[in-house]
Design a protein around this ligand. Structure first.
Ligand SMILES: NC(=O)c1ccc[n+]([C@@H]2O[C@H](COP(=O)([O-])OP(=O)(O)OC[C@H]3O[C@@H](n4cnc5c(N)ncnc54)[C@H](O)[C@@H]3O)[C@@H](O)[C@H]2O)c1
Ligand SMILES: [Zn+2]
Length: 356
């Protein structure tokens, strides 16, 4: 059996392990032991299923395995797509003992998790993330949901998986652009809570881009440890967890204004983090340091052209808005983030106008 690293997300009776390693799919890990009941539905998409569904089946032993493939893309992260999952669950006669398994990137994980949270008020759910972004971020922490025509991730639920199985070998087939997009969320952890990790990323960015397997595994493990800590501290984002949204107020507005799927989520987060750093009262040396690391990862450091009023209107739909007041996750220093509604309006307007 391949060696795997386990990180626990400590949430009382909803605690679960994240299993990380190489060679875990294709029978290298007994996932059937984590399947409650005898039946599972694996939901994937038309791109990922041909690559990994067969291998995942080898991890499920004697369980009865049904499958469903969704269309590929952020544009399909909708309630309509979620309904196709609910229809399938009804069609196969799924009950409370059925386990729903998401196999794919963050889009599949988010929609499938939401469907699992809703069907019969919640059925067992497992995440098998296959993108860098999903392995370091979206599969952990229980945020599930879909986009609404008016805004990103507006409809959803907190719903934790029972286990997250990360086979780092799946990254071998991931396009370069997607790998880089995932690195944006990795850089985010360094910027918000771990300056030592940020320095490690500066040292190892070339190795990560060259897909050095040890470097990738280290980055995934550290990211999952940090996310697990933040989630354990504040599962429903009523306090500390909000720092994970660093760069995301800008990013979600970019994704919304351009149309979902134009820029990848990670690309929008990259530009959004640079904007948030510039809005932070930190010294320009630190702003430039973060910007340089993002650039080194081959990610955008400026937003696309968007009309400033449109940009601002899109930001107002953000879930962090309280009493109509925008709130941002900003940096106290590089490696330490906080949330605030007090920021320099002039700098914000300059940042938004510079994009147009
Ligand atoms: N729930 C959360 O906490 C959270 C956190 C961050 C991001 N997200 C969400 O995640 C989504 C982005 O996820 P993503 O970046 O994984 O995008 P994605 O799910 O669209 O996957 C990117 C592309 O890679 C393909 N793919 C996936 N695995 C592959 C593999 N191993 N080999 C080849 N191709 C593969 C997919 O089919 C897709 O075309 C966004 O909707 C974002 O809002 C959620
Ligand atoms: Zn994100």
């Amino acid at each position: 059996m391949p060696v795997a690293r386990t990180i626990n997300v400590e949430l009382g009776d909803r605690s679960y392990p994240i299993i990380i390693g190489s060679g875990l799919l294709g029978g290298g890990f007994d996932l059937s032991a984590h399947v409650v009941g005898e039946d599972c539905l694996v939901v994937s998409n038309e791109t990922v299923a041909p690559l990994y569904f067969g291998k995942l089946k080898d991890n499920l032993g004697d369980k009865t395995v049904e499958s469903l493939n969704l269309p590929d893309g952020e544009a399909y992260k909708t309630t309509d797509t979620m309904h196709t999952i609910l229809d399938k669950l009804v069609e196969i006669g799924a009950n409370r003992d059925t386990t729903v398994i998401a196999l794919g990137g963050g889009v599949v994980g988010d929609i499938v998790g939401f469907a699992a949270a809703c069907y019969m008020r919640g059925v067992n759910f497992i995440q098998v993330p296959t993108t860098m972004l999903a392995q370091v971020d979206s599969s952990v922490g229980g945020k599930t949901g879909v986009n609404h025509a008016k805004g990103k991730n507006l409809v959803g639920a907190f719903y934790q998986p029972g286990v997250v199985l990360i086979d780092t070998d799946t990254l071998a087939t991931l396009p370069d652009r997607e790998l880089k997009a995932g690195l944006a969320e990795v850089i985010k952890y360094g910027a918000i809570v771990d300056i030592k990790f940020l320095a490690w990323l500066e040292e190892n960015m070339a190795a990560l881009l060259a897909r050095d397997s040890e470097a990738l595994a280290s980055a995934i493990i550290r990211s999952c440890e940090l996310k697990a800590e933040l989630v354990a501290e504040d599962e429903r984002e009523s306090g500390r967890r909000v720092v994970l949204n660093f760069g995301h107020t800008f990013a979600h507005a970019i994704e919304h204004c351009l149309g979902y799927g134009e820029w990848l989520h990670g690309e929008a987060v990259a530009a959004g983090m640079v904007m948030a750093a510039k809005l932070s009262a930190i010294d320009s040396g630190d702003q430039n340091r973060l910007c340089a690391l993002i650039e080194m990862a081959g990610l955008p450091v400026a937003p696309p052209k968007i009309d400033a009023d449109k940009f601002l209107a899109a930001m107002r739909i953000d879930k962090k808005v309280i009493h109509k007041q925008l709130r941002f996750v900003l940096l106290k220093s590089l490696g330490e983030a906080f949330v605030t509604s007090s920021y320099d309006d002039n700098v914000l307007h300059k940042l938004l106008s510079a994009s147009a």
